[in-house]
Design a protein around this ligand. Structure first.
Ligand code: ASP
Length: 304
């Protein structure tokens, strides 16, 4: 029997365990639990997968420790910039946005682009003008920049290391068996101004198709885009007949001699399976399947 289900992520990254204090880990788990609940409540109430993934991602865009919306990574200039995408597996409609600075909930702008524009992907000023025309909430740059990110940015100023893959994403299947995917990010810390990662690329970091799966990726955007990993999961299920879990594991390994880097994937199937795969020692993740308990995990060895 089909079940409704939701899975979320808040980034996959290879990190030294001592860089995440027990207090920080507890906060991560709380942020994941809140977002999972926000999405699950929608599904339980008979809402759509699309509403569920948007609700879960908005919750993580509000949560200041995740790399989306408020508290996102800072680029070389010490500024925030956001990318996001959403896809409805029922009709293959998709909306995405990149390089925006002032929209409080980038995922809601991606959804407005999907539903209210003729386009799939809008960028920068044009996207912000569209957000204003839709009456979306806007914020000044100071709203998004947290003290913690500023401190990290200053500490790393010398090395200018790009990194910190704590993008957020959600995938869900609703009572009607419709699937949807959503991903939202502040990109990599110290990224070049104007850089866009995999998250807003349909098929790259985000994909949904009612017959097979909904997928959201996290990690280093460049190898994920080049491997077209969200679409790879779909292709592995559709053409190779792989189970969803195996498809995610295969996607992580695709051309990995050439496409090296941190990678994480969450996916759901139209019947309510959840699959999670990653090649890092840490991936902030959570899921809940109809009738089951919430599962929240951070480290590789945490039992899912
Ligand atoms: N994939 C995102 C990017 O490359 C980063 C992340 O997952 O945190 O922009």
């Amino acid at each position: 029997m089909s079940k409704y289900a939701i899975a979320i992520h808040a980034g996959a990254e290879t990190v030294k365990p001592e860089t995440i204090s027990p207090e920080k880990e507890k906060q991560f788990r709380e942020g994941l639990q809140q977002a999972l609940q926000a999405g699950y409540d929608v599904l339980e109430g008979g809402g759509s997968a699309l509403d569920a993934v948007e609700a879960a991602v908005r919750s993580m865009e509000d949560f200041p420790l995740f790399n989306a919306g408020r508290g996102a990574n800072l680029n070389e200039q010490g500024e925030t910039a956001f990318d996001a995408a959403i896809m409805d597996g029922k009709n293959l409609k998709a909306g995405a946005v990149c390089s925006i600075h002032y929209v409080k909930y980038p995922i809601t702008l991606a959804r407005a682009i999907m539903q209210e524009s003729k386009h799939v992907l809008l960028s920068g000023e044009g996207a912000e003008a569209f957000a204003l025309s839709q009456g979306l909430e806007m914020e000044a740059p100071e709203y998004f920049v947290t003290e913690e990110r500023t401190k990290k940015w200053k500490d790393k100023l010398e090395e200018q290391l790009t990194g910190q893959h704590d993008t957020v994403g959600a995938v869900a299947v609703d009572k009607a068996g419709n699937v949807a995917a959503a991903t939202s990010t502040g990109g990599l810390s110290f990224q070049h101004k104007g850089r866009v990662g995999d998250s807003p690329i349909i098929g790259g970091g985000t994909y949904a198709h009612n017959s097979y799966c909904a997928v959201s990726c996290t990690g280093e955007g460049e190898p994920i885009m080049k491997g077209v990993l969200a679409h790879e999961v779909y292709a592995q299920v559709k053409y190779a007949g792989n189970s969803l879990q195996h498809a995610c594991e295969e996607a992580i390994k695709v051309d990995d001699d050439k496409l090296q880097g941190d990678k994480g994937i969450i996916a759901v199937s139209p019947t309510g399976e959840v699959a999670i795969a990653f090649n890092t020692n840490q991936m902030k993740r959570a899921y809940r399947i109809q009738g089951g308990e919430s599962v929240v995990a951070v480290w590789k060895d945490d039992t899912d």
